[in-house]
Every structure is written in structure tokens, then in C-alpha cells.
Design a protein. Structure first.
Length: 323
């Protein structure tokens, strides 16, 4: 007698926690994700709010002040609305015009010198086989010196009577020159000081970029018989373009905010030879106590610096998109 074989019942579907059993209920993974997102916002939110308060509220106050004239009567600030009068007066201010022109000249001249020297030093440092740490330490020393010390060092070096630069010039039979007191060389002297001070910043960024480049590209170039100059021109520089753009943007923004070197070396003189926009703002806001007008200058400077930063980052994104 043949035995009847019973077929096993089909397996019941597993009750996975991933299945949503109703529109009003979330799966376990969704709840975990939501809890994790909520935890991130709970921990990051206070810091973000604190930073927004510290950055946005002063900016709003600065913009509001730029539309008012503030006078002090009996120790009380009296605000009177003037609309766009302060902004309309900016193009006619000779100090603002001189400060803006000098700032643009100073920024592009100083940053160009820093980029070229920083890149050259970084390339040379990558090719040093022994003592690389010592060379790096020497190259970054200027950026570690406080600004007031740099001002004292270079003011002594460029002194007309006993400065080291004039002593070197006299050793070659030339007459001494008043480097900081002459309108022809005052801005150039400050540019040279800024190049000496900030070239290590560019050097460090370029060195980090060079050391992160893929080595197989260089090996392929060497197999093809490329020379050192061809490697630099056709391999290194194209691969370093994103780093170059970012470094240029950072240094250009910082150069537009230069103040300490001008204040310590020349005080904006002689005349308006080294008058930069930050020094003009300092004069109008603090020395002359024109708070509303000084705020308008500050808003204009913030707008220009932001525009430069956006243009630089857009150029970098465009370069990455083409790549």
C-alpha cells in the first residue's frame, strides 16, 4: 500500500521590520534614520544657531547703520535716516578712490608674487632628497612671526639712515633711498613685505597639492621620454589648477583686507601712496567718528570681497566640470 506523501505547507512570509504595515506607521529603519537625523540636528543645531547669531546679526546691524547718520549728543546716539546718501557719496570720496585703486594694485601684485614663489619653492622642495624637513621649516618661518614683529623688522631694514637695505645699496655705490617715505616706492615696499610674509602660506598649500598628485602619471611621462620642463608644463600645472585657483582665492580675499602692514610701515602715506580701503575705513569710522559713512564703506568692501570669492570658486567649478 503506497503511502500518501503530504506536501509541506508553504512558508509564511517573514514579518520583516522593513515592511510598512500602514500609512501611519514607519518601518524600524525609517524610525532609526529619523532618530539619527534628529540627533544630528539636536547636536549641531545649537552651534549653527550660535554661529549665525555671531555672523548674521552684526552684518544686519552694519547694513542698518549704513543707512543712518549717527550723532552723539550728551552721550546718547541720535539716529537719523539718510537713505542711500552714504553709498552715493562713496565714488566722490578721494580717499575711497585712492584706497580702492591701491588695494587692487596691492592685492594682485602681492598675490601674484606669492603664487609664483610659493609654487617654485614647493616644486623644488618635492625634488629635495635629503634635508627636506629643514628646508620646509626655513620656508614657513615668516608666517609664524607676529604681524607687529614683522612691521618692526622691516621698518628697521628699510630705514633711510641705518637700514640694512640702504647699507647693501651703498655697498654697490648707489645713493640711499627713502623706501617707505617716497611715493614711488612706498607701495612697492609694502608689496615686497607682504610677499615675504605670506609666500609660506602658498608654499604649504602647493606642497600638499603636489604630494597628493598620482605618481603613475609621472611614470608614464618618464616612459614617454618627457623632460622635467615638459612634466611641469603638461602634467604638474594642469593637475594643480584646482589647488592654484583655491590658493589664489584665499590669498586675494586676505590681501583685500590688509591693514596691519600698512598701519605699521607707512600709516597710509606718504600722501595717499599706500592708502588702502581698510585704512580708509579705519579713518572714516574711528578717527573721524563717521559711523554711518564708515559702515557704508564696510558694506561695500564686504560686497567686493564676496564677489571675488564667488568668481574664484565659480572658476574652480568650471574647471572641474571641463575636466
Amino acid at each position: 500500500m503506497a503511502l500518501a506523501l503530504k506536501t509541506p505547507p508553504p512558508p509564511k512570509p517573514s514579518r520583516s521590520p522593513e515592511i510598512i504595515r500602514g500609512p501611519w506607521r514607519l518601518s524600524r529603519r525609517s524610525r532609526l534614520l529619523n532618530d539619527d537625523r534628529a540627533w544630528r540636528w539636536a547636536t549641531f543645531g545649537p552651534a549653527l544657531g550660535f554661529m549665525l547669531v555671531l555672523s548674521v546679526l552684526p552684518l544686519i546691524n552694519l547694513v542698518a547703520t549704513s543707512f543712518h547718520e549717527i550723532r552723539w549728543v550728551g552721550g546718547t546716539a541720535l539716529w537719523s535716516a539718510v537713505g542711500f546718501d552714504h553709498y552715493a557719496a562713496l565714488p566722490g570720496d578721494p580717499l575711497v578712490r585712492a584706497g580702492l585703486v591701491n588695494t587692487v594694485v596691492f592685492a594682485f601684485a602681492a598675490v601674484s608674487g606669492q603664487m609664483v614663489l610659493g609654487f617654485a619653492l614647493a616644486v623644488l622642495c618635492t625634488r629635495i632628497k635629503s634635508g627636506r624637513l629643514a628646508f620646509r621649516t626655513v620656508f614657513i618661518l615668516p608666517i609664524l612671526i607676529p604681524g607687529i614683529v614683522i612691521g618692526a623688522i622691516w621698518k628697521l631694514m628699510l630705514n633711510f639712515d641705518f637700514g640694512l637695505v640702504n647699507q647693501v645699496v651703498a655697498a654697490f655705490g648707489a645713493a640711499p633711498h627713502d623706501w617707505l617715505g617716497s611715493p614711488a616706492t612706498a607701495l612697492l615696499s609694502v608689496v615686497i613685505v607682504d610677499i615675504w610674509h605670506w609666500t609660506p602660506f602658498c608654499f604649504l598649500l602647493f606642497l600638499a597639492g603636489l604630494e597628493s598628485l598620482p605618481q603613475d602619471v609621472y611614470e608614464a611621462a618618464q616612459i614617454d621620454g618627457a623632460s622635467r620642463w615638459q612634466e611641469l608644463r603638461y602634467v604638474t600645472i594642469p593637475l594643480m589648477v584646482p589647488t592654484i585657483i583655491v590658493t589664489f582665492a584665499f590669498r586675494l580675499v586676505l590681501a583685500f583686507k590688509v591693514f596691519d602692514e600698512i598701519y605699521l610701515l607707512t600709516g597710509g602715506g606718504p600722501g595717499t601712496a599706500t592708502e588702502v580701503i581698510s585704512f580708509t575705513l579705519y579713518h572714516r569710522f574711528f578717527t573721524e567718528d563717521r559711523v554711518g559713512y564708515g559702515s557704508a564703506i564696510a558694506v561695500a568692501v564686504i560686497f567686493l570681497v564676496s564677489l571675488l570669492l564667488v568668481m574664484s570658486l565659480s572658476a574652480r567649478r568650471g574647471r572641474e566640470g571641463l575636466a
